[in-house]
Design a protein. Structure first.
Length: 279
């Protein structure tokens, strides 16, 4: 067993959709979540900048004393995961491969759709991951940048949100797809609305990611002790805003503490020497 926490990070608070799934499937695990709210969004930044930010946060988490790092950000998973994995001694995983696997499992014979940020679409990460599993499948990708602001402004149930979804889905070829990947960790908060407009199954990337994480921990005998409820520490690089309350309330995540960390700490984090892992 290993009682160290799991380190999770995202450019903002959208990654809490993944944390919510972890709490459901790994309820005994402690989680340290870093939301880089001072530098959100990542989706409009260059791959090099995103990689720098992701490497800083991963280094901070490792030196803070976590046992595994999960990049709960599609953009960072798409462009930075391989580099981050070379900069840390810890296992590092992302959301792209679990999302691709979930979509392929739902798919019949048609194309697979991807709704994501421009950076994630441009990276081609989902197309590559899907075609590694099912080489012959066509992938139809659509950038949907307006969805995150609608979610963070708590407009998920407003009629104009359905109009925005229709604006993205109907003129595109997404209607030809058999399954759809929500390629931004905010988007599962709109899964019901998207499913209604899309009319077909939507891959559950947060659950697929949590189950992949559970498998990783089992392979290393690294789960926490079973007879306890895990904690969730949320560390933000800017003051908490209303979007944290909106998302956490919608999801029902159990938050133990929330605090702000200075960006300078990501450059020179303090090291915790304790290691409570055991064989």
């Amino acid at each position: 067993m290993n009682s160290l926490p799991i380190g999770v990070f995202d450019s903002g608070i959208g990654g809490l959709t993944v944390v919510n799934a972890i709490q459901k499937h790994l309820p005994n695990e402690d989680i340290v979540y870093v939301g880089d709210t001072a530098r959100v969004p990542y989706g409009s930044r260059s791959p090099g900048t995103v990689t720098d930010y992701a490497t800083q946060i991963a280094t901070y988490l490792e030196e803070s004393g976590v046992k595994e790092i999960l990049i709960a950000c599609n953009t960072a998973s798409a462009v930075a995961l391989e580099t981050v994995a070379t900069k840390t001694t810890l296992p590092v995983s992302g959301v792209i491969v679990p999302g691709a696997e979930a979509a392929v499992e739902l798919n019949e014979s048609g194309p697979i759709g991807v709704m994501a940020t421009r950076a994630t679409i441009t990276s081609g990460a989902y197309q590559h991951a899907i075609q590694q599993i099912q080489p012959s499948v066509e992938v139809i990708s659509v950038a949907t940048p307006l969805l995150v602001p609608l979610i963070e402004e708590d407009c998920m149930d407003e009629p104009f949100t359905f109009e925005v979804l229709q604006h993205y889905v109907r003129p595109s070829r997404l209607g030809e797809c058999d399954s759809l990947i929500l390629g931004c960790t905010h988007y599962p908060l709109l899964a019901d609305q998207i499913s209604k407009v899309f009319g077909k199954p939507v891959a559950d990337t947060p659950t697929a990611t949590a189950l992949a994480l559970a498998k990783n921990l089992d392979q290393r005998n690294a789960r926490n002790a079973p007879a306890r409820e895990g904690s969730l520490s949320i560390l933000l690089t800017d003051d908490a805003d209303r979007s944290l309350g909106i998302v956490s309330r919608r999801l029902g995540v159990r938050i133990t503490e929330t605090k702000k960390i200075d960006l300078s700490e990501l450059v020179a984090p303090k090291i915790q020497s304790s290691d409570s892992s055991s064989a």
